[in-house]
Design a binder for this molecule. Sequence first.
Ligand code: GLV
Length: 302
Amino acid sequence: MKIWVPYESVAEVLSDLPGVACTVYDGTGPEPDGIEDVEVWIPPLVTVPDVPGTLARMRSLRLVQTVTAGVDAYRPHLPEGAVLCNARGVHDAGTAEWAVGAMIAVLREFPGFTDAQRRGEWTYRHTGVLADSTVLIVGYGSIGQALERRLDGFEVEVVRVARSAREGVHGLAELPALLPGADVVVLLVPATPDTAGLADAAFLSRMKDGAVLVNAARGGVVDTDALLAELKSGRLRAALDVTAPEPLPAGHPLWSAPGVFITPHVAGSTPASDRRMLRLMRAQLTRYLAGEPLDNVITDAY
Ligand code: GLV
């Protein structure tokens, strides 16, 4: 069985599985030969240049196993007969940790103090604080749960929102009523047609003065122009690991907007994710070869 894997490390953990022939393709450089025989594709974290074209030429494809939680790049182009599985759980620790760090960085004004440090200035002042805040988690999946576990101990109130309401979790329809009560709003929803532009001007206008928007989802979940307007007015602050457009081009107004802390989509890019990713790849391929049900199959409920 021919598999395209993104890294040598993945080829190594699969190397003793029977009948598996791995080709490493990290999306840079020339595409390897034999694309029409690829049965399983594990695309790289920073994906290949032409996902639709690549998928269209994979005529033997049965499984796309992503190393990402998000599958927005693959889902609309999946060929008939192929199954799509995501890396649910792999990035929980890294992304949740980033979100905690990012909200603290903004509330405690670390980026401003870093600027002052570079200038050699002692800029004493009071700052905001996470303690006693209400943190609204929009997209309460496995990363949201990991975030809540990490927030335990910061003396905050966590409010949970998911696509549909369940015990202890509000439905998306309740968002307008919940936004005005939140000091920090964390976006963790998958990018789907339903969540495109979710944080639009109306959403942002319902956030309270001085609140912080944290985006660890996808750039397209936020209306960038609407966010820029709120940042420029000084009413809201933000921590963004993802942007629209992405990568954020040099000179884009978001770079210089006040009150925004930007990282280049790195929340899940850590050794913790790598270790979990390798465990998942081995487990999934073992299941696949044994004809057992796979984990993390993307269905309409994604
Ligand atoms: C990262 O962005 C992911 O989707 O896992």
